[in-house]
Ligand binder design. Structure first.
Ligand code: ADP
Ligand code: MG
Length: 252
């Protein structure tokens, strides 16, 4: 059974169709990399998956919570808005720019959502936050402010903050693109560790080696569609689709 099931997902901005009918099943525990040219809809797809963008039509089911809509003319129903709200709590997302609150310490950043959104006690949230900071290799950094962290540390703190909501799924949108090359590995390692623990993860990335080696499979998107899904070795050595071949040929 798929943990994430997407059926004929469509999304336009103004009159431009950005997702033209995306369908995919992602099993629990999978690590899936999404690759594809700039502007092909990768970020929009991730944002739809956790309800940051409201789909025009189609359906997204994650762990039994379904967002569905038949047409963009249909006013988003109350059920859709409630499901969106629920999904946002169950799906963590990490962006390219770390988006930590600058006037809060690392610990406060990680504790905030559990206390404010889930109503956890500060004591419980703090214990859990310290555990998560240890897990991403930031023990000793709890009382630092984000500005004093390296990009790799800030991104790991952002991952800990997302994990603090105990998400069923973690999404990452180019999490290492803003990092100096020597800091990329430490962030990717956190994803490998989470994979080993069985976390379901979807990552939009330009790190082709990571996509090839760490993912259960790789999804190639182009022009708002999923063009090809293959395991890493197959995608990078013998892609079946001409558009995939063309994209991979032009990678620097
Ligand atoms: P990718 O992440 O693959 O680079 P995006 O999903 O960010 O692609 O964007 C796909 C297309 O949708 C682009 O043409 C982009 O300009 C457009 N787009 C994305 N978000 C918006 C928005 N909020 N309003 C209008 N157009 C958008
Ligand atoms: Mg993007």
């Amino acid at each position: 059974m798929a943990l994430i099931a997407v059926r004929d997902l469509r999304k336009s901005f103004d009159d431009e169709e950005v997702l033209g009918g995306v369908s995919i099943d992602i099993r629990e525990g999978d690590l899936v990399s999404i690759i594809g040219p700039s502007g092909c809809g990768k970020s929009t797809f991730l944002r739809c998956l956790n309800g940051l963008e409201i789909l025009d039509s189609g359906s997204i089911t994650i762990d039994g919570v379904t967002l569905s809509r038949t047409s963009p003319d249909e006013k988003p129903s109350r059920a859709l808005m409630e499901a969106t709200h629920e999904l946002r709590r169950e799906v963590g997302i990490v962006f390219q720019g770390f988006n930590l609150f600058p006037h809060k310490t690392v610990l406060e950043n990680v504790m905030l959502a559990p206390v404010v959104v889930k109503g956890e006690s500060p004591e419980k949230a703090e214990t859990e936050a310290l555990r998560l900071l240890g897990k991403v290799g930031l023990e000793g950094y709890a009382h630092r402010y984000p500005v004093t962290l390296s990009g790799g540390q800030a991104q790991r703190a952002a991952i800990a903050r997302a994990l603090a909501m105990s998400p069923k799924v973690m999404l990452y949108d180019e999490p290492t693109s803003a990092l100096d090359p020597e800091l990329v590995g430490e962030v990717l390692q956190v994803m490998r560790d989470l994979d080993a623990e069985g976390m379901t993860q979807v990552i939009v990335t330009h790190e082709m080696r990571f996509a090839r080696e760490a993912s259960d499979y790789v999804v190639f998107m182009d022009k708002g569609e999923i063009v090809e899904v293959a395991d890493g070795d197959e995608m990078f050595t013998s892609p079946r689709n001409e558009r995939t071949r063309d994209f991979l040929r032009h990678l620097v």
